[in-house]
Ligand binder design. Structure first.
Ligand SMILES: Nc1ncnc2c1ncn2[C@@H]1O[C@H](COP(=O)(O)OP(=O)(O)OP(=O)(O)O)[C@@H](O)[C@H]1O
Length: 345
């Protein structure tokens, strides 16, 4: 199901409405999240992610603006309509929110209990879902005996119990180690494909966006500051906030190898077929310039790769201008360091 947000606003008052400080947590957010895809919403602490997800998942009403699931407006439902609509949404959280007094299958079956399904049916569905998330052999396990990754698998199974069309993942991997994070992200991708879900991943980790999402919105100060395909955003980040997020993943996994303490004067990004052709040697031959490469690396995204390089370019001003124009035409985005974004975005 497509999700559309139309100019959403939400203000909170810290310390009470009278005389308290006014905080515009969500400040005019409009987004279209395509159905049957994985969409990331990334922002730093305090950017407004949790406030936004509460509005999108109908846990809170906006002060103004509208939320649509498909063609239906859903931010102004009656209590009864809301109960039914909530069954079309699954949610998972950073701290799993499982009942420690119930074992694995009883946690998964909980939403079905609320819907009044008989025990036999609840058990059968819970078994099927625990199997799907790789815990078919831990159906009766007490929650306290499960690892963090296994707990999140139980939470995913529970979120899917009512067969929702939308899955919200609110910092779902933030409490997990890198290997477990990768396995949970790959499970979410597998489930998304199998069940044709629209998945919204709220996160502060660019790894999550890089490893799981097709599109992403970057939020800052309650506003969307940048939105697009993950590939375009990695290739050509338009804001300092996005650049910082990208730098954080380039450094954390050693994706960029830097063999000089000195930064190169130019940043080059290779997208699509330019990652596979010898463009730099061709550029050297054609324009008589030379490249001194100081750092390079690659980001592997779910639908391709974006190469990154820092280099000095030697030649006359005219030669350098000509080679940059030629590289741009051949799928390599070039930017003088510290000169804003590529392509004048
Ligand atoms: N219920 C509330 N009452 C008062 N202020 C709130 C409330 N919820 C959020 N805020 C404020 O709104 C702003 C955005 O907070 P929010 O929790 O949405 O950000 P976030 O991006 O999810 O941050 P984090 O990653 O740290 O959870 C913050 O200044 C926060 O203090």
């Amino acid at each position: 199901m497509q999700i559309k947000l139309d100019n959403l606003r939400k203000t909170y008052f810290s310390g009470g409405k009278d005389g308290g400080r006014k905080i515009e947590a969500v400040s005019g957010v409009s987004l279209v999240i395509p159905e049957n895809s994985i969409f990331g919403i990334i922002g730093k602490s305090g950017a407004g992610k949790s406030s936004l997800v509460r509005l999108m998942s109908l846990l809170e009403q906006p002060d103004s603006g509208a939320v649509y699931y498909g063609k239906k407006r859903v931010d102004n439902l009656t209590k009864r309509e809301l109960v039914l609509m909530r069954r079309t949404i699954g949610m998972i959280f950073q701290n799993f929110n499982l009942f420690s007094s119930r074992n694995a299958w009883m946690n998964v079956a909980y939403p079905l209990e609320i819907c009044g399904k008989p025990e036999k049916e609840r058990r059968r569905r819970a078994e099927e879902l625990l199997d799907l998330v790789g815990l078919g052999d831990r159906i009766d396990a007490p929650i306290s005996t499960l690892s963090g990754g296994q707990k999140q698998r139980v939470a995913i199974a529970r979120a899917l119990a009512t067969n929702p069309g939308i899955l919200f993942c609110d910092e779902a991997t933030s409490a997990l180690d890198p290997n477990t994070t990768r396995s949970i992200l790959s499970l979410i991708r597998e489930i998304q494909r199998k069940m044709n879900l629209t998945v919204v991943m709220i996160t502060h980790q660019m790894e999550v966006v890089r490893d799981a999402c097709e599109s992403v919105a970057v939020i800052d100060g309650g506003k969307v500051v940048e939105c697009g395909s993950v590939r375009d955003i990695f290739a050509n980040p338009g804001t300092e906030t996005t650049k910082e997020f990208i730098r954080s993943v380039q450094n954390s996994h050693g994706d960029v190898v830097q063999w000089s303490s000195r930064a190169g004067a130019y940043e080059l990004r290779f997208v699509g077929s330019s990652t596979e052709s010898p463009v730099l040697s061709e550029a050297t031959r054609k324009f008589g310039v030379s490249f001194n490469i100081l750092a390079a690396g690659i980001n592997r995204l779910i639908d391709g790769e974006v190469g990154y390089m820092e280099a000095d370019i030697s030649g006359s001003d005219g030669e350098i201008d000509a080679v940059i124009a030629w590289l741009n035409d051949n799928g390599v985005l070039v930017q003088k360091k510290g000169a804003g974004s590529f392509g004048g975005k």
